[in-house]
Design a protein around this ligand. Structure first.
Ligand code: Q46
Ligand code: ZN
Ligand code: ZN
Length: 328
């Protein structure tokens, strides 16, 4: 990384050279630059202010831990939420990632709160088990997992009074999704892909992605420089995902044309601002789910609640105590 290069600000040895910005920085100035830019993006896209309560979805990976670190360093009221999905694989993925999240909170920000919700402990089944019972994922549990994560993040933010939900999606994630949505001209998805999504309905949290303009490589460098011990492996079910294939393609493009990814993403946002994609009409006719109250377009129960009542479910009480609180 940036061998023989010098920091543009102080002349010390650089730890990173960002070709797309023609900018090399030393450790201290890189950390400062990442935080200042995050602040700039938060303001530019009107994500939140100092009075908002932000819940950061923390997975134990570099992006979400770095996001939490940056928001706390910037002085925001940001707490973490770790969802225990019960995914093992050969690396004990969920246990490992849970440990990293706890350790980060304890060692870096002992006054911050990390909420932990274990899906199996709460609902009686881990993600792969729900998937096997309902067969929604046809093998891979990703659609079930995405549905449960979205529902639970919304619910916990609502119940604990957070008005903003922040996730650690970086530029590479956003560009891979954008690429896929563009290849298939998914107008509805394109209309909803943005750095900020307004709340689904009053009382629910707004969704924000403060890292959406940082390259994955910048996030890895930030975690490294800050000494954050994160889980390096992806979830075992991510392997072979189309998104990873698109990421490789886009890396090739970026190698030949530094800045291509950022340009693709920013041009998309600009086109949106100019009205290229209008809101999809499927936001019509949302009503509260009969069981959990979250907005749904399905009659009766939302997709999440149907997961648990499709067959015998023991833990059927919608008021189950959900969150175990760790004030590290
Ligand atoms: S959806 Fe699928 Fe991810 Fe859930 S099962 Fe793993 S890969 S964690 S982002
Ligand atoms: Zn410097
Ligand atoms: Zn529901």
């Amino acid at each position: 990384m940036g061998k023989g290069m010098h920091c543009r600000k102080c002349g010390n040895a650089a730890v990173i050279n960002m070709r797309q910005h023609r900018l090399a920085l030393c450790e201290a100035h890189f950390v400062e630059w990442m935080r200042a830019n995050t602040q700039r993006f938060i303001e530019k896209y009107r994500m939140f202010g100092p009075e908002d309560r932000v819940l950061v979805a923390v997975s134990g990976g570099k992006d979400s831990l770095a996001l939490w670190d940056i928001l706390l360093a910037l002085g925001y009221r940001a707490d973490g939420l770790y969802l225990g999905l019960g995914i093992d694989g050969s690396i004990g993925y969920s246990d490992e990632s849970h440990q990293r999240a706890e350790r980060f909170a304890r060692d870096f920000w002992p006054d911050a709160t990390l909420h932990v919700l274990d899906i199996k402990g709460t609902y009686g089944e881990a993600i792969p088990e729900v998937n096997r019972r309902t067969h929604r994922g046809r093998g891979k549990p990703c659609s079930v997992c995405g549905l449960i994560k979205r529902h639970e993040m919304n619910r916990i933010a609502y119940e604990l009074g957070y008005n903003v939900l922040a996730t650690g999606h970086n530029l590479d994630d956003e560009v891979a999704v954008l690429w896929s949505n563009t290849l298939h001209w998914q107008i509805g998805y394109l209309a909803r892909q943005a750095p900020v999504l307004p709340a689904d309905r009053p009382g629910f949290a707004r969704k924000v992605k403060p890292l959406c303009r940082f390259y994955e490589r910048e996030m890895a460098a930030y975690a490294l420089v800050r000494g954050i011990d994160y889980i390096y492996d992806e979830c075992p079910f991510a392997k072979g995902a189309t998104n990873l294939y698109y990421k490789e393609l886009l890396n090739q493009l970026e190698k030949d044309q530094p800045g291509a990814k950022l340009d693709f993403y920013l041009s998309f946002l600009r086109a949106k601002e100019q009205g290229a994609f209008t809101e999809s009409p499927d936001t019509a006719d949302l009503h509260p789910c009969e069981r959990c109250g979250q907005p749904t377009s399905a009659p009766g129960l939302c997709a999440f609640c149907r997961l648990w009542v499709e067959q015998v479910v023991e833990n059927d009480d919608p008021n189950v105590v959900i969150v175990e609180q760790h004030d590290a």
